[in-house]
Design a protein around this ligand. Structure first.
Ligand code: FMN
Length: 194
């Protein structure tokens, strides 16, 4: 049995989760990152298909990621000028580390692809929570690059793989924005048969 206090701590963490919109050095050390990712791999997984991968892009490797983002932006908008390209490249420097959470779907008679994508989404959510619990920050982003076959190829993925998120990771720089938060009264209904 868990101690009551540990239950309270988990709910406090879950209810205080917030994206860190500004991230600075340092990134989480390798040993902590490994523990957070190990926790994320405990995501519910129908059929134990393990249709997930995480690519860690850190330090100098971000430059290559920035190039992929810029090439993608140029494909989407051939008129993009050098200043626009440079601004896109710089997005890779928004954080000291980027985790690409991927669902490489597997054909399965009972587990539809959407469920495999959901599992990878659970990974991403756990990564956010695990990092926040340890005093680091993260923000889940996608954008057109996440759906661009050219970006997937550059990352060594297949066209059919789903990039579920680019999770930007680092140390929070400042407080997160105070966002309105949804209330159960608006989104939770007690159903009963008619
Ligand atoms: C699948 C997914 C993709 C997202 N992509 C973006 C994005 O590209 N840009 C962005 O500003 N926020 C994106 N968000 C939302 C942010 O991660 C964040 O949840 C939102 O800004 C609200 O802040 P909060 O996490 O503190 O509630 C995405 C969220 C999800 C789940």
């Amino acid at each position: 049995m868990n101690e009551p206090s540990s239950k309270t701590d988990a709910l406090t963490l879950l209810s205080s989760r917030a994206s860190a919109t500004k991230l600075a050095d340092p990134a989480p050390p390798a040993e902590l990152l490994d523990r957070v990712l190990a926790a994320a791999l405990r995501a519910p997984d129908h059929g134990a298909l393990r249709a997930f991968r995480v690519l860690v892009i850190e330090g100098a490797a971000r430059k290559g990621f920035g190039e992929l983002m810029a090439a993608s932006a140029k494909r989407g908008n051939p008129a993009l000028d050098e200043a626009g390209l440079e601004a896109t490249r710089k997005k890779a420097e928004r954080a000291p580390m980027i985790l690409v959470v991927v669902c490489p779907p597997k054909a399965h008679p009972k587990v539809p692809e959407i469920e495999q994508v959901i599992t990878a989404g659970c990974l991403a959510h756990t990564i956010l929570l695990g990092l926040q619990a340890e005093g680091f920050g993260a923000m889940w982003r996608t954008g057109p690059a996440a759906y661009d076959p050219g970006v997937k190829e550059g990352l060594g993925l297949r066209a059919e793989d789903h990039i579920v998120g680019f999770v930007y990771v680092g140390t929070p720089a400042g407080e997160p924005p105070a966002l309105p938060r949804p209330s159960t009264k608006d989104y939770v209904t007690r159903w009963s048969p008619r």
